[in-house]
Every structure is written in C-alpha cells, then in structure tokens.
Design a protein around this ligand. Sequence first.
Ligand code: HEC
Length: 111
Amino acid sequence: MLKPIFLTGVIAMLLCGFAALSMAEEKGNPRKGKYLFRSNCRTCHQDSGTAPYLGPDSKTVSQWQKAFEKKQYSEFKCKAEWEKRSAEELLDIFTYLHKYAADSPSPAKCQ
Ligand code: HEC
C-alpha cells in the first residue's frame, strides 16, 4: 500500500529538481545580446543618433534589473522598440548589459 505513494513522492521530487535546475540555467546569451543591442538599440542610442549614448556602463546592475525585470521600459520613449523584441531576445540583451554594468566587475562601453 505504501509503495506507490512513496514512488510518486520520489518522482515528484525528481521532477521538481529538474525544473529547478533548468530554471537556474535559463540565462540569456551575452554575445547574442550584444549583437541584438548593437543592431536594434544602438541605431538610436549613440552619439550621432536620436537618443543619448547608451551602453552596459550607462547603468548599474540594479538599474538594469529595474529596467528589464520590473518592466520599467514601459515608461521609456522607445517602449515600442522593446516590444518588438521577443522575451528571449530581451533576456539576451539584459544579460549583456547587466554583465558589463557600471558596478559590475568588468564595466564596458558599447563599441
Ligand atoms: C527609434 C530610436 C530608438 C531605438 C531603436 C531604441 N531607443 Fe531607447 N530611447 C530612445 C529615446 C528617444 C529615448 C528617450 C531618451 C531621453 O529623452 O533621455 C530612449 C530611452 C531609453 C532608455 C531610458 C534612458 C535612461 O537613461 O534611462 C533606455 C534604458 C533605452 N532607451 C534602452 C533601449 C534599448 C535596450 C533598446 C533596444 C531594445 C532601445 N532603447 C531602442 C530611442 C530609441
């Protein structure tokens, strides 16, 4: 009688473990993010563009988190540009910007 219940428990625990593992690995690709940022955002956000220069070092880690994860971008003038990108693309862009943020171990400009 107890056996099937025990087995179900073990299977449930295994499934949860795998789900947690795949969540932890679900990070964007910073190289793709850089490419996407340069081709979709930098067109405006550079010295000669229509918007001020913007690169990873323009903001701190927590400011980037606010912009992306808390969806602060819905207040930005270029909200429509963000909405054109898929969730996966935004995750890649976020990973790139956040990795080289002003207060990260390796701050970088977008060249
Ligand atoms: C069509 C031109 C254009 C494109 C493309 C564009 N933006 Fe913008 N963005 C703007 C303008 C204009 C503002 C408002 C700037 C201001 O008044 O300070 C802005 C504001 C912002 C801000 C807020 C500025 C700040 O200092 O807090 C961020 C962050 C931002 N954009 C990121 C992005 C990202 C990421 C992308 C690519 C997904 C992108 N932008 C694409 C024109 C653009």
